[in-house]
Design a protein around this ligand. Structure first.
Ligand code: COA
Length: 186
């Protein structure tokens, strides 16, 4: 499937309710659109919505920044996506995060990425997860790119990630360049 996006952008809105609408054409007859509305204050109060649409409602993917997430939906997503996943509680992890981004299809959680922080200029991508049913449609790249944008807006200046070698192309498409890094199991 050809996936070279075209890009057009329309900005508008009042001063107190800026809005942005962007359309990405993916294939003939298919488009990803996202709309954004920044009306609320506070670090988790910002309302940000993104809609990816190929016109069929069941294929619309919506991205949300830092939505409330329950253990049941995260465990369901992780259980379907990570072979060794064991049910866990996520509230402590999310409370310490700089931000996270979630993807929904028809109201169901189908994607997640977490951004940890050192409290300064460094942030760390963790747990990038897309449900097997919606993989290879660009959801993972959009999740990570949205997380990077949000991390920058919250003060981070360097975004780190580690991954297995077969995901080098995936993270390159997200905008990362390879670097030497280390990892130790504790
Ligand atoms: C890795 C993961 C998040 C990718 O999500 P996704 O929505 O399928 O990714 P995208 O559709 O945005 O992929 C964009 C490109 O990245 C590359 N890519 C994505 N998944 C890949 C994989 N498993 N192996 C190799 N390349 C991959 C491809 O080049 C792909 O483009 P293509 O579909 O045109 O070939 C998803 O496969 C997943 O959740 N895996 C299990 C959990 C995991 O390993 N997470 C990574 C933690 S570091």
């Amino acid at each position: 499937m050809a996936r070279r996006p075209t890009f057009s952008r329309v900005d508008g809105g009042r001063d107190d309710q800026a809005s942005t609408s962007t359309t990405y054409g993916l294939t003939p007859g298919a488009a990803i659109t996202w709309s954004r509305s920044d009306t609320a204050g506070g670090i988790y109060g910002t309302l940000l919505g993104m809609v990816m649409s190929d016109q069929a409602p069941e294929n619309q993917i919506r991205l949300k920044v830092a939505p409330a997430l329950g253990d049941a939906e995260l465990n369901e997503l992780f259980g379907a996506s990570w072979p060794d996943h064991r049910p866990a509680s996520f509230s402590g992890m999310l409370a310490r995060s700089l931000c996270w981004v979630a993807a929904y299809r028809e109201g169901a959680l189908v994607g997640f990425v977490n951004v940890a922080t050192d409290g300064g200029i460094h942030a760390f991508i963790l747990d990038t997860t897309v449900h097997p049913r919606v993989r290879r449609q660009g959801v993972g790249v959009r999740l990570v790119q949205r997380a990077a944008q949000e991390a920058r807006s919250r003060g981070a200046r360097w975004l780190h990630v580690d991954y297995e070698p077969h995901l080098e192309e995936f993270y390159a498409r997200c905008g990362f360049r390879p670097t030497a890094a280390g990892l130790m199991r504790l």
